[in-house]
Ligand binder design. Structure first.
Ligand code: GLN
Length: 206
């Protein structure tokens, strides 16, 4: 099989780092700024950044409808931080005019950790990534991150904060079929295991 072609939504946010992680993990990549660039993709990464800005740019560019349709038809997607927010069905603490794509049957709260601490780092177990007994935990960087407050019955929780602090137990990773969403920034640590996991999902091998 040829290497999968993965789009990186490139309207705003951490585009370059995701592209580098995907290429190290063995994918071909395409930066996606217009609807036509969605065509032929095997999967799409929605990076971190600012979800209401990305929502506005998706709307202005006429991409909301086509992207919703492709996700409903089963396009694999991987959203991180703002990208997780964009993929959600319901978003709390956002602007009234913000749109989301509804590919994950979850309720997320924007900037949820802000009440405790704006940005922080911690180690996490992630289902599908750190399952092996000897696997190192994922070092997770949270930057004004959302958390997941509600999940539908088809959604699996794959990661929770487990540091014993004020946010202990918060859901920060979910999967629904071929759609993966996490609250943190795997593209900033040089650990490509989450990107490789997404490519395995794209290949139907996870
Ligand atoms: N707080 C940002 C938002 O709403 C997300 C932060 C991030 O992606 N690092 O959209």
């Amino acid at each position: 099989m040829t290497d999968p072609l993965i789009g990186v939504l490139a309207l705003q946010g951490g585009v370059v780092e995701h592209r580098a992680s995907l290429e190290r993990a063995g994918a071909r990549t395409r930066l996606v700024r217009r609807t036509a660039q969605l065509e032929g993709l095997d999967g799409l990464v929605l990076p971190g950044g600012e979800s209401t800005t990305m929502s506005k740019l998706l709307d202005i560019g006429g991409m909301l409808g086509p992207l919703r349709g492709m996700l409903a038809d089963g396009l694999p997607a991987f959203g991180t931080c703002a990208g997780l927010i964009l993929l959600a069905r319901e978003v709390l603490d956002t602007r009234a005019d913000a749109h989301s794509l509804g590919a994950l049957d979850i309720t997320v709260r924007r900037n949820a950790f802000g009440r405790q601490v704006d940005s922080f780092e911690t180690d996490l177990a992630v289902t599908g990534v750190t399952d092996g007994e000897d696997a190192a935990p994922v070092h997770a960087v949270f930057i004004r991150a959302p958390w997941v407050e509600g999940v539908g019955e088809d959604v699996s929780v794959i990661a929770r904060v487990s540091d014993g602090g004020a946010a202990h137990g918060a859901v920060v990773g979910v999967r629904q079929g071929p759609v993966l969403g996490i609250s943190f920034h795997p593209e900033l640590t040089g650990d490509d295991r989450l990107h490789r996991h997404f490519l395995d999902i794209v290949a139907g091998q996870a």
